[in-house]
Each structure stands twice: as structure tokens, then as C-alpha cells.
Design a protein around this ligand. Structure first.
Ligand SMILES: O=C(O)CCC(=O)C(=O)O
Length: 250
């Protein structure tokens, strides 16, 4: 087991906007996720292929909180939670779980943050993170299959200044090449974009969001968790998942 420098990871998320833990998640668990994802993606595409929700041939698909996609190895990981809690505080809440997938024919997205500013009237206020995202790919990410591209450190600037400086070439967009098993913790305010997938293999990347408990957002795209499954989880996971809708019948 590799030792992880939690404080260094926290520093990277704060300063660069993300950190990557290489070879961290079990590959067999991710392969099981990938197999379970295919029929979910097929059902989504049967309805939405012509109406993609993230740009041409790019789909955001909410995922179910049940095995194999829900796995304590991802959601209840000591190192990931130490990094997240070291930044957001001891009490954190999971509020979403989904995959982002560029398929062949996808294009560059607009450079964006995943969150609205908390105080849009004060763009100069640079605040600590209130949400973090944990991402992990189901396939190796290469330069050809649509890597996530990020402009490091841009969450520490007013958004309009960051966009101008990216345009001026001061903040290069870096393609994050990841292997199956790598896990990323990122600040979703750090500016980024999806890039084109030139291959026939969908570049699936799963992600869940963790919030400070005072932050609430209205989400219609979240799957419920079955009561019978929730009851089998550890107290720490029950606490993390406390804000999910619960399906009492299952
Ligand atoms: O697919 C990706 O790599 C990025 C997706 C993204 O940033 C988004 O849809 O908001």
C-alpha cells in the first residue's frame, strides 16, 4: 500500500485546483462499474442520443447508488476523505453521482466552472472551496479519447480575469491523462473543459460531489438509494449519504 501525503494533496487541490492519486482505486471494481454502466448508458442514449446534455456527443448520466457502481472502495476511502475533510471540514455530504462521457464526434466544450459563483456581485472575493468532486475514469484516458483539460490555479482568480488570461495563453489548458485506478479530487470552480474523443471507445469518467453541510442545491437528476442497501453501509457512509432521497420500498 503506497503511503499518501495527505497534506501535499490538500495543498495541490487548494493551489492547483486538483490532485491525482495514481493507482488508488481497485481496477477490478472499476471494471465491474464499466460493465454495469453500459446498459445504463444504452438506455440513456436510446432516449437522448439526439439531444446530448453536455454538447455534441457528450453525455452526463446520473448513476445509481447501488453496487457495483456504488462501492465503499470509492465512497468510503480513507485517503480521499482525509483530503476532502482537510479542505471542507469534518462534516461532508455526498449530493450527486454521475458519469461524464465524450463519445466519438464530441468537440471542445466552452471553458467553464461547474458551479455558479456564490456571490456574483463580488467576483473579487476569492473564497475557500465549498464543494469538491472525486473523479475516476473507467478507461485509460489518452490524448485521443477526450481528456479532461484544466487550467491550473484559475479558481484563485475572478472568473472573467481567468478567462482573459487563459485566452492570452498565460494559463495553458492541461490534458489530464489518467489510467484506470487513478482518482482525482478537484475544485469544480477551477476552469476546465472536455475535449474531443477521436476514438470509438467512450471515455467514461465517474464522479461524485461532496459539499459542506450548509450548502444545499436543488437536484432533480439524483437517483435514490434503497433503504435495504443503505442499512448495510457503515455509519460513516450513512452520514455521507444522509441527504440522498431514500427508496423505502427497496
Ligand atoms: O467530459 C469531460 O471531460 C468534462 C465534462 C464537463 O466539464 C462538463 O460537462 O461540465
Amino acid at each position: 500500500m503506497k503511503s499518501i501525503d495527505i497534506q501535499e494533496c490538500i495543498r495541490q487541490v487548494r493551489q492547483d485546483g486538483y490532485c491525482i492519486l495514481r493507482g488508488h482505486f481497485p481496477v477490478h471494481a472499476i471494471d465491474a462499474c464499466h460493465a454495469a454502466w453500459r446498459p445504463i448508458a444504452d438506455a440513456h442514449l436510446a432516449e437522448h442520443a439526439d439531444n446530448p446534455n453536455r454538447g455534441p456527443n457528450r453525455h452526463y448520466i446520473p448513476l445509481p447508488f447501488r453496487p457495483p457502481l456504488y462501492n465503499s472502495a470509492f465512497f468510503n476511502d480513507d485517503a480521499i476523505l482525509a483530503i476532502v475533510k482537510g479542505i471542507l471540514g469534518e462534516q461532508v455530504i455526498v449530493d450527486g453521482f454521475a458519469s461524464d462521457t465524450p463519445f466519438k464526434g464530441s468537440v471542445h466544450q466552452e471553458i467553464h466552472a461547474d458551479l455558479p459563483e456564490l456571490f456574483p456581485e463580488r467576483p473579487d472575493l476569492i473564497l475557500p472551496p465549498h464543494i469538491l468532486v472525486v473523479n475516476w475514469p473507467f478507461v485509460d484516458v489518452t490524448t485521443e479519447n477526450g481528456p479532461f483539460q484544466i487550467a491550473e490555479g484559475t479558481h484563485l482568480l475572478p472568473k472573467s480575469e481567468a478567462l482573459t488570461r487563459i485566452e492570452a495563453g498565460e494559463f495553458p489548458l492541461k490534458s489530464l491523462l489518467m489510467k484506470v485506478g487513478d482518482a482525482m479530487v478537484r475544485d469544480p470552480r477551477c476552469l476546465h473543459r472536455g475535449s474531443p474523443n477521436l476514438t470509438d471507445t467512450p471515455r467514461v469518467q465517474a464522479g461524485f460531489t461532496l459539499l459542506r453541510p450548509w450548502y444545499r442545491r436543488h437536484r432533480r437528476d439524483r437517483n435514490p438509494i434503497a433503504r435495504s442497501y443503505l442499512e448495510t453501509l457503515s455509519d460513516r457512509e450513512k452520514s455521507l449519504l444522509q441527504r440522498l432521497p431514500v427508496d423505502e420500498e427497496k
